[in-house]
Write a protein that binds this ligand. Structure first.
Ligand code: SF4
Length: 70
């Protein structure tokens, strides 16, 4: 996994992803999660997988370099 995005239509702003991987996810001023790392560093991959699996609405998606869903 190298890149992820948050599907804004699905995110409910629960903050779980930010709690699990604060270096990758951040809640924006509207209260929804954003990915703040363009490319996920190797050492954060496990945390990002954790966040992806724990997102209650499955809003976190793996994407390729063109930001397309994998
Ligand atoms: S865990 Fe999912 S629903 Fe919760 S803030 Fe993150 S992306 Fe949004």
């Amino acid at each position: 996994m190298e890149r992820v995005r948050v599907n804004k239509d699905e995110c409910i702003g629960c903050g779980a992803c930010q709690a699990i991987a604060p270096n990758v996810f951040s809640l924006n001023d509207k209260g929804f999660a954003e990915v703040i790392k363009d490319k996920i560093p190797e050492e954060l991959t496990a945390d990002v997988m954790d966040a992806l699996e724990n997102c209650p609405t499955n809003a976190i998606e793996e994407v390729n370099e063109d930001n397309k869903k994998e």
